[in-house]
Design a protein around this ligand. Structure first.
Ligand code: PHE
Length: 454
C-alpha cells in the first residue's frame, strides 16, 4: 500500500486547521449575528460556548483522526465496525459535498467583490439601499454568479490537487499570515476613524436586554460552524498528524486563533460601520451591502475595500480546501482512488451541486422547498441539521463507545507533562463529551429544526 500523506511540520498543521476554522463564519457571519444579537452580551455567550463545548469537541475530532489515520468513514470503521457508526462518518462526507457547494457560491461573491473594489464600483453608492440594489443585480446575473462560483471551485481544486503537504499546508502557511496582516491593517484603519469608539463600545459593553434563549442557541450553533466541527474536517486534518503531536495544546491554539480573528473582524467592521453612522444589525447583507458604502465614505476606502475582499476570499479558500479534503480523503483511503482523480471528479461534482444554489438568486428564484430557496435549503440542512447531529454523535462516540479509558490514553499521547499529570483536566474533558456536549447540542438541534421555540 502507498504510504499515506502527512503534514510536513506541526506549524503546518496549526496553520491548515486554523485556516479551516477561520472562514466566512468569522468574517461574514460572526459580525452580523453579533450585530443582530446586541453585540457584547452575545460575544460573551459565544466565548463561553467556544471554550466549554467547542474546544472539547475539537479535541475529540482531531483525536479520532490521529488515532486512526483515516478519513471520517474509515475512522469510525477502525474504532467500531458497526454500520451505524460507519454511516455517521458517511454523513460527514455528505455534509462536505453540501456545505462546499454553497460555500463556494458565497466565496465566489468575495472574489467578484475584489473585482468590483478594484473597478471602484463602490464610489457610486451613497446609501446601503443603492449598494443592495447593485448586489442584487450582480447575483441576479447567472453568468456573474456561476462564473465566480466556477473560478473559486477551480482554485480550491488546484490547492487540494497539490496534496496535503505541497498544497494544503503550503497554501495555508502563505494565506494565514497574509490574512492576519490584512486584518491588522483594517483594524488600525477602523479604530483610527472618527467615532470608532461607538463601534468598540458595541462589542465590549454588554446590552443584556437583547439576549434571549435564541441568542444562546445561535451562539452555540455558530461555535460549531466556526470551528469546522461536526462533519469530520478536523478529523481528516488530524489524520495527517503523528502521535508526537500535542492535541490539547494544538486545539487550544486553533480555538484561540479562530476567536481572535473573529473578534478582530468584529472590531474592523463595527468601528467602520459606526463611524459611517450606519446600522450594525442588518443581517447577512452587512458585508456586501453596508460595508461598500462605508468604504465609499472612508478616507483611503479604495485600497481598504480591495484588502477587505481579498481577506474574505483567503479566509473562504482555506476553509473550502478543508471541506474538499474530507471528500478526497474518503475516496483516496476507502476507494483507493489516486488523489488527482478524486479531486477532479469530486470537485466537479461539488461544483455541479452548487449550480442550483447559484441559480437560486436568479433563474431558480421561484423554486422553493418548505419555503426556502435551494441555497437556503442546503445551508439549513447542512449547518443546522448535519453539523449539530454530527457533533452530537462524535461526542457520544468518543465518550461512550470508543470508551473513557482508551480516549483518555489517546488524548494524553503526545500531550504535555502538565496535562498528563493533571488527571482532572482529561477527566473534565471526557465529562463534557459524555453529558454536557450531547445535551446542549441536542437542545440546539431541536431548536434548529423548529421543535423548540424560544
Ligand atoms: N469554519 C468555517 C467557517 O467559519 C466553515 C466550515 C465548516 C469549514 C465546516 C469546514 C467545515 O467559515
Amino acid at each position: 500500500m502507498k504510504k499515506r500523506e502527512s503534514w510536513g511540520s506541526h506549524l503546518g498543521f496549526i496553520m491548515a486547521a486554523a485556516g479551516s476554522a477561520i472562514g466566512l463564519g468569522n468574517i461574514w457571519k460572526f459580525p452580523y449575528i453579533a450585530g443582530e444579537n446586541g453585540g457584547a452580551a452575545f460575544v460573551f455567550i459565544y466565548l463561553i460556548c467556544i471554550a466549554v463545548i467547542g474546544l472539547p469537541v475539537l479535541m475529540a475530532e482531531i483525536l479520532m483522526g490521529r488515532a486512526t489515520q483515516r478519513n471520517p468513514v474509515g475512522a469510525f470503521r477502525a474504532l467500531n465496525n458497526s454500520k451505524f457508526w460507519v454511516g455517521v462518518g458517511g454523513l460527514g462526507v455528505i455534509a462536505g459535498f453540501l456545505i462546499l457547494s454553497y460555500y463556494s457560491v458565497v466565496a465566489g461573491w468575495a472574489l467578484g467583490y475584489v473585482v468590483e473594489a478594484v473597478k471602484g464600483s463602490f464610489y457610486q453608492y451613497t446609501t446601503p439601499q443603492m449598494a443592495g440594489e447593485h448586489f442584487n443585480q450582480l447575483v441576479g446575473t447567472p453568468a456573474w454568479i456561476l462564473g465566480y462560483h466556477f473560478l473559486f471551485s477551480a482554485i480550491t481544486m488546484g490547492v487540494v490537487y497539490a496534496g496535503v503537504k505541497g498544497g494544503i499546508e503550503l497554501g495555508s502557511k502563505i494565506m494565514m499570515p497574509v490574512l492576519f496582516g490584512i486584518l491588522i491593517i483594517l483594524v488600525i484603519r477602523g479604530v483610527t476613524l472618527p467615532g470608532s469608539s461607538k463601534g468598540l463600545a458595541f462589542l465590549w459593553v454588554a446590552d443584556w436586554s437583547k439576549i434571549s434563549g435564541n441568542s444562546v442557541l445561535v451562539a452555540l450553533g455558530h461555535a460549531f460552524f466556526t470551528l469546522s466541527l461536526g462533519m469530520g474536517a478536523m478529523m481528516t486534518y488530524g489524520s495527517y498528524m503523528s502521535s508526537k503531536d500535542n492535541i490539547p495544546n494544538s486545539s487550544l491554539q486553533i480555538v484561540a486563533l479562530d476567536t481572535i480573528i473573529a473578534l478582530l473582524a468584529g472590531i474592523a467592521i463595527f468601528t467602520a460601520v459606526f463611524s459611517a453612522g450606519l446600522d450594525p444589525a442588518v443581517g447577512p447583507g452587512l458585508i456586501f451591502q453596508t460595508l461598500p458604502v462605508v468604504f465609499a465614505k472612508m478616507p483611503g476606502g479604495y485600497i481598504f475595500s480591495i484588502l477587505f475582499f481579498i481577506l474574505l476570499f483567503l479566509a473562504a479558500l482555506s476553509s473550502a480546501i478543508s471541506l474538499l479534503e474530507v471528500i478526497v480523503a474518503y475516496f483516496v483511503d476507502e476507494r483507493e482512488w489516486p488523489r488527482h482523480k478524486a479531486v477532479l471528479t469530486m470537485g466537479t461534482v461539488v461544483f455541479l451541486i452548487g449550480v442550483p444554489s447559484a441559480l437560486s438568486y436568479n433563474l431558480m428564484s421561484n423554486v422553493h422547498f418548505f419555503g426556502l430557496n435551494f441555497f437556503d435549503t442546503v445551508d439549513y440542512l447542512a449547518a443546522n441539521i448535519l453539523l449539530p447531529l454530527g457533533g452530537l454523535l462524535i461526542s457520544i462516540f468518543v465518550a461512550w463507545i470508543w470508551g473513557s479509558d482508551r480516549a483518555i490514553r489517546a488524548v494524553k499521547t503526545g500531550a504535555s507533562r502538565w496535562f498528563k499529570e493533571h488527571h482532572q483536566i482529561s477527566e473534565g474533558w471526557l465529562t463534557v463529551l459524555k453529558y454536557l456536549a450531547p445535551v446542549m447540542i441536542f437542545i440546539v438541534f431541536l431548536y434548529s429544526i423548529g421543535v423548540i421555540k424560544l
